[in-house]
Structures are given as structure tokens and as C-alpha cells.
Design a protein around this ligand. Structure first.
Ligand code: BYC
Length: 302
């Protein structure tokens, strides 16, 4: 009989029908649910700009992107459900604070340039983090990631193009683009999670081939990718310690404010309260849809 460990050792996929350790199941539920919650809460910072997009073209692009995020949430809740947990339970856990969503969505979007910075930096970081998850040992999560990464590549490019347009526009537009990059750079680096020395789940998740690289390795990959892109944009990254280290073959970068990361995780970031209040009210306002779906299912089952 093929055991769980045989599948992991052979680099094969674990499927819902397979036996798996309880801790593997619970860590996957935690990570996939957090990821799903991030997608749907992540609709909020951009959603607030759909009605204010500066042209029909920009509006269509942003609308499509935010709808993609809803779709990503649905694939991911579906993947979590294959582990034997109901979507309602996951949403309850989000709403009462037992499960998290990504720290990055607790920052405000005061200007249109934030749409560019989110696409370039936040989706850029998400891609660097998620491409290796396409090879995650759990089949349904890995397959959801393939689709999500394809869509996020488009999201990242639209953000880059938006910022490029602003950076080559009027002096006011350029300074708006620079201000957005200044505000999103450090929170984007925090998206990769705590430093390896403080990451509680990394070692076990890497042994199970859920994660393929450590938080710090992926963060470094992201920094190395962004520096030349910022040069082409004509924008600077807000870090005086950022410089090429020929010995390491990587860019060195400054100290991340982990105190800020911890405050955001503890619920005290700039927008935590607003994000959760909005999510809960959207859930309450959608109660009639769930009731109608239940009534329809009950009638169809008769
Ligand atoms: N924010 O042991 P660690 C998107 C928590 S959405 C909040 O290193 P792990 C998009 C962590 O949960 C894409 N919490 O954890 C959408 C753990 O908590 P507990 C979002 C964080 O899991 C809309 C503790 O800190 N991407 O792209 O091994 C618009 C210790 O951490 C964060 C994903 O969700 C954080 N940033 O590694 C635009 C990717 N970081 O258990 C764009 C999938 C850590 O102590 N997730 N924590 O309560 C992952 O790859 C991994 O879960 C992480 C963390 C790398 C994030």
C-alpha cells in the first residue's frame, strides 16, 4: 500500500482520498483558508476605486481584476473544502478572528496610483510566493495555484503598466506614483511572513513539501526582481540600504520593521477594523442569498 510518506518522498500529489496525518490536514486548512480570506478581503482596497477609475479602459481592467480575486477566493475555499471543512466554518473563523488574512490588506488606498502599486508590488509578491505553491504536495491546492498564478501575472502587468504611465506623465502624476511605491514597498516585503528564524510552520511545511522555499528566500527573490523593474519605471525604492552585493549575488536591503508587522497581525494596522467591519456587513447583507440557496436545495432534494 502506498503511504502518505511514500507520496511525499516520490514528489507525488496527495489527493483528498488519501490518508494523511491530521497535522498535515490542519496546517493546509490554515494556510489555504488564510489565502482564500486574503483574496476576498483583498478585493476591498481596490474595490473602492472602481467607481473612480480615470477612464473606461482603466475601469474595465480594475473591475476584471477584482472579480478575478473573488474567483480566486472561490477556488481556494473549494480546495479547503476537500479537506473536510465547510466554507461556513471558515468564514465564521475569519469573522471571529480565529483565522487570519494577509497583513498587506490592512493598508489604505488613498490615491489612484495605489492601484498600480498593488498590481506591481502586491501581485508581484504574491506570484513569487505562489509559483512554488503550484508544486505543493496537496493536489487541489497546487491545481488552484496554477490558474491563480496565470491570472495574477496579468494583474501584475496591468499594475506595472499603470505605474509606468503615471511615472511618465505630469510631475504630479509621477510624484503620486512615487508616493504609492514608498507606502507599499515595506508592507509588500512583510507579505512573505516572519523571518525564517521566527517562522513557526516553515520547517514542517517544507518537510511536507507544502512550502518549497523559506520566507526569507522568497523575499530575497522578490527584492532582486523589483530593483531593475523600478529602474525602468524611473521610480526609487524607499530603502537607503538597498545595494547590489556581488559576493552574495543578491541585493542587500534594510531592516524590516517587524514591530509594525506584529501590530498589523494583532489587529492594530491602519485599516484592520474597517476591513473586518466591511467584510462582516457584506456577509450579513448576503444572508438572503444563502437562505434562498438553501430553500432551493431543499426543494430540489424532495
Ligand atoms: N499576513 O510560520 P509562518 C493576493 C502568520 S492574496 C498575515 O511563516 P507559514 C491578492 C502565519 O499565518 C495572496 N499573517 O507561516 C489578493 C502564522 O500564523 P499562526 C495571499 C501572516 O504559513 C487581492 C504566523 O504568521 N497569499 O495575492 O508557514 C488583491 C507565522 O508565520 C503573514 C497567500 O496567502 C502575513 N503576511 O508562511 C491583490 C500565500 N505571514 O499560525 C493580491 C499562501 C505569516 O501563528 N500562504 N503570517 O497563527 C503562504 O505562502 C504562507 O502561509 C506564508 C506564511 C508564506 C504567508
Amino acid at each position: 500500500m502506498v503511504t502518505f510518506q511514500d507520496l511525499i518522498d516520490a514528489d507525488e500529489r496527495v489527493e483528498p482520498r488519501d490518508d494523511m496525518p491530521e497535522a498535515y490536514r490542519t496546517t493546509l486548512i490554515r494556510q489555504i483558508a488564510q489565502h482564500a480570506h486574503s483574496e476576498i478581503i483583498g478585493m476591498q482596497p481596490e474595490g473602492s476605486w472602481i467607481t473612480r477609475a480615470p477612464s473606461l479602459k482603466r475601469k474595465a481592467i480594475l473591475l476584471a481584476k477584482v472579480q478575478d480575486e473573488a474567483g480566486h477566493g472561490l477556488y481556494l475555499y473549494g480546495a479547503a473544502e476537500t479537506l473536510g471543512v465547510a466554507r461556513e466554518e471558515l468564514l465564521d473563523a475569519l469573522h471571529d478572528g480565529r483565522q487570519r488574512y494577509s497583513s498587506i490588506f490592512n493598508y489604505p488606498t488613498p490615491t489612484w496610483a495605489d492601484m498600480g502599486a498593488i498590481g506591481w508590488l502586491v501581485d508581484g509578491a504574491a506570484i513569487v510566493n505562489q509559483v512554488p505553491l503550484c508544486r505543493c504536495s496537496y493536489g487541489p491546492y497546487a491545481r488552484a495555484m496554477v490558474r491563480i498564478c496565470k491570472e495574477e501575472s496579468f494583474h501584475q502587468r496591468q499594475g506595472y503598466e499603470l505605474l509606468h504611465t503615471l511615472a511618465h506623465g505630469t510631475p504630479e502624476q509621477k510624484s503620486m506614483a512615487q508616493d504609492a511605491v514608498d507606502r507599499w514597498w515595506w508592507p509588500s516585503l512583510m507579505m512573505f511572513g516572519p523571518p525564517d528564524t521566527e517562522s513557526t510552520h516553515s520547517a514542517q511545511s517544507m518537510a511536507w513539501k507544502i512550502k518549497r522555499h523559506s520566507n526569507d528566500d522568497l523575499r530575497q527573490r522578490f527584492v532582486d526582481m523589483c530593483v531593475p523593474q523600478a529602474e525602468i519605471l524611473g521610480l526609487t525604492l524607499p530603502d537607503p540600504d538597498l545595494r547590489w552585493n556581488a559576493g552574495r549575488g543578491h541585493y542587500d536591503f534594510g531592516e524590516i520593521d517587524w514591530g509594525e508587522f506584529k501590530r498589523v497581525l494583532a489587529g492594530d494596522g491602519p485599516m484592520n477594523r474597517e476591513r473586518m467591519a466591511h467584510r462582516k456587513s457584506a456577509h450579513d447583507e448576503g444572508a438572503w442569498v444563502r437562505e434562498a440557496a438553501r430553500a432551493y436545495a431543499a426543494r430540489s432534494a424532495r
